[in-house]
Design a protein around this ligand. Sequence first.
Ligand SMILES: Nc1ncnc2c1ncn2[C@@H]1O[C@H](COP(=O)(O)OP(=O)(O)OP(=O)(O)O)[C@@H](O)[C@H]1O
Length: 250
Amino acid sequence: MGSPGTGPAGPVVSLTDVSRSVRLPDGSDLHILTGVDLHVARGEHVAVVGRSGSGKSTLLNIIGLLDAPTSGRYLLDGAPVTGRSARRTAKLRGQTFGFVFQQFNLLPGRSATENVANPLLYGTGREFLRRRRTARDMLDRVGLGHRLDTMPEKLSGGEQQRVALARSLVRRPRVLLADEPTGALDVDTGSAVMDVLEELVRVDGTTLVTITHDLSVAARADRQFRLDHGVLTEITADAVATATAHRETL
Ligand SMILES: Nc1ncnc2c1ncn2[C@@H]1O[C@H](COP(=O)(O)OP(=O)(O)OP(=O)(O)O)[C@@H](O)[C@H]1O
């Protein structure tokens, strides 16, 4: 597996004919995802929109190795991810992915620096020893160099999400998975957080998959997809822009 910005050519994330279903208590199968094809190139930003219950979180969980497909093929940097032990899967997840959620999930009573340094507690020797310095540098990059010792509860929503962003990127993941990253923020604050997020992934060459209800957030991606009852279709940026202008959903 390569370090950030290296590795084989071709998609970083490659899902082919991926389906996910669960057996319900009455013995029937609920098909959550059906025949999903998604190939995301290195450094690309793709957005997935879809109604509540369409399968967005399930798709993100499969990409992030938190959930396994029922059928289909998942290649990460060209290598199959299935058939590994839970321990090796967890290790691959930690080495590959960063996660950002709608809820900031910061540790209360710990400073911004401590929150961002937290993932480095499990790092290798050098990573561990330099964790506070690395965390401070990350906070500087998200524009919070003046809030290093501030507790999350004293920060605004936008600032808390920027701390969460710094934490998700502190181990330099190759792929950042963002689930409604602006969902808890007002439009202007959400847009400012997306500015920071996009700049960070652009500089580091990080691949970004964003799930969002917000079409203005989706419109910022390189490519857009729509999930409808578990079926994924690529849509044009024009369709997103038109829907945004008419305040429609997709
Ligand atoms: N383990 C499970 N058992 C039963 N049903 C499930 C399970 N996981 C997901 N579902 C159902 O599958 C559907 C898709 O769920 P998912 O959370 O992926 O949707 P979503 O598009 O992310 O929704 P939202 O935008 O509301 O978060 C939902 O109807 C959900 O209730």
